[in-house]
Design a protein. Sequence first.
Length: 402
Amino acid sequence: MRDKNSLVTRRRFLGSALGGSIGGYLLSTHSDTSSVAQATPSSPRADWPQYQFNGGNSGYNPQGTAPVRWFTRGWHKNVDGLSGAPAVSDQTVYAPVRLATPGDEIPARHVLLTLDAADGSVLWRAEMEGESSVGVVDGTVYLADGRTRALDSVDGEEQWSVQRGSYHPVVTDRFVYVTEGVEECLAINRQDGSVQWSAAFRATQIPAVDGETVYAGAEDGTVHALTATAGERRWTNSLDDSNPDMAAADGMAYAAAVEGFYALDGTSGAIQWTIPSQRTPDSSYRYNVSLPVLADGTVYVVVDGVLRAVTADTGTEQWRYDSPHEVPSMPPVRVGNAIYFVAAPNRVVALHAVTGNRLGVYTAPVDRLERAVVPATGDLYLGGVAEQSQQSGLFKICGQPL
């Protein structure tokens, strides 16, 4: 086990050695020192370790906090946008970013930046081969940018690499689950990178894990339930839909597909309830149906631009948030009793998870927010792009929690 003091010292050294630049690109960090929150002591409660928080994509951290009002900017890292959803672990932000080349003569580079959450200073960086979200578990960073890789969280040194895997690594205690293009779903051993199993079907991007079962969607609308260790099929169910991405918790699997949202019994695959979409896919975000938040017997999901809170067992609506001026453009997330969603193009809205009442809104100084809102370390982390390129980048937002 690493000594904590040596870990911090080594990170500071690596950040200083970078000199604030990456491959000739100056990376400036602008901080409003009057508004930077006191750093939260390192605690898993303050982390957001992967895209939708855990292997089930629940989108819910029951023990964390984040601001809901009196928003102020902590720091701003000037990059050209995000290449995937960031993760936050151990007071460190792991952000996949785009760096444009002068004159845009060649495509933007994709780089993983590792930043001190307190002040945004760069600790280390790693080149990426393409877009990928980030997972960070037990001191190891996982990417799926065309190949699945494990990096040391202290200095980015590669531990292993598998020449398969794209975009959203789903990390559990034992395995990293990824999809390979649209060809297969893979389980990769976290310790040595060996492929534990692969299942051949045209998989969608985001599988989910609940207990000993992996739920993965296919382009043709089929949901596959596979054993987590061996990849053996428990059941399949066709939704008469297409491209379902998955979430799972408490013995239920949830499919966010093009034409509706489906709750399935995790043991049999039987559909328990649905929320159909009444609209055609909207170009402002991927589908009219979002990945859900799964929290304490309640499912929060966006269908046709309306955020609904429904009971997990029957789908009975508890409340809805329907505003033509604040239409969700990304999946919601929850931390504590606060629900957050991005309202196109550049606002973050905070609601009370129990009542649906609006708590606050933050308007980011960009033209468009992208990828995800990440509630961690008692703050919010956002990425966006702006016509004035110096305003694009990654932001830490502070404020008063609920």
